[in-house]
Design a protein around this ligand. Sequence first.
Ligand code: PRT
Ligand code: ZN
Length: 285
Amino acid sequence: MNKLRIAIQKSGRLYEDSVKLLSECGIDLRNVKDRLKTESDNFPLEVFFLRDDDIPQYVEDGVADIGIVGQNVLFEKNKHIEVVEELGFGKCRLSIAVPRGQQYEGVTSLQGKRIATSYPFLVTSYLKQYNIEADIHEISGSVEIAPGIGLADVVADLVSSGSTLFMNGLKEVETILKSQAVLVKNKQLKEEQLILLNKLLFRIRAVKKAKRNKYVLMNAPNDQLEKIISLLPGMKSPSVLPLAESGWSSIHSVLSEDEFWDKIEQLKAAGAQGILVVPIEKMIV
Ligand code: PRT
Ligand code: ZN
């Protein structure tokens, strides 16, 4: 039977969110712990567990059809593969950081400096834009300790909360790249694999959309209905149901995360009561 093969991280920061995303898409995986490969019983999907650094190569070579990887790794490896969807997890940035006491007056301060990083390609490309030449020291881990042990003057490393830099006496001075996990695909997928990928994408988009929206229910006196309805978008328009108590209605709608709190305030001010907010599992428009 035709299968779609996906490469995801074996263990690390992207592993749990990748497996969770598949699960939210209704894809059950057999025995994921300590395996190199597994399958799903309810979707034609085979899953390869790999080091994140190897995923772009596997997808380019067509050993895997698709993969989940951070944009930082994707752009560093610079393989011929396509991004299909941003997944909204694994968010971080690749930044340049200098010792806190060191004076820094913009990128020109980096001229001739020794920079420790696991991202030599991205750092070199970034500096090139400013005609800066630096001495790049590629190291694979614990980049943040490099200035402290005299290996480098400056680092370029991934940052999320910033606490690792802080604890190592470093300050972030430039952002090279903002990154999140993305779904990538091989450039020459066969028709059968494309059909399966589109099926998976349809589910991923429904899950992502649901996360950005909330289902809201509220009660309101009928004489306020018009005003309340005008505030609500809903998927088409809000549903209005009569309450057992005459003169009152229950209104159901969907609100997006971005406008959520503003709308709730306006709804309360317009006379809505007993507002309930419920998470949405899937949203298909
Ligand atoms: O074994 P494998 O090679 O698969 O894993 P890995 O050790 O190379 O990667 P892993 O699991 O650490 O990270 C996988 C991916 O998660 C990265 O490629 C990024 O896309 C994403 N990601 C998101 C991060 C971070 N946030 C992050 N904070 N990857 C690493 N970090 C590290 C960073 O290198 C630094 O050491 O966390 C530290 C900084 O964190 P803060 O919160 O102190 O700023
Ligand atoms: Zn890695």
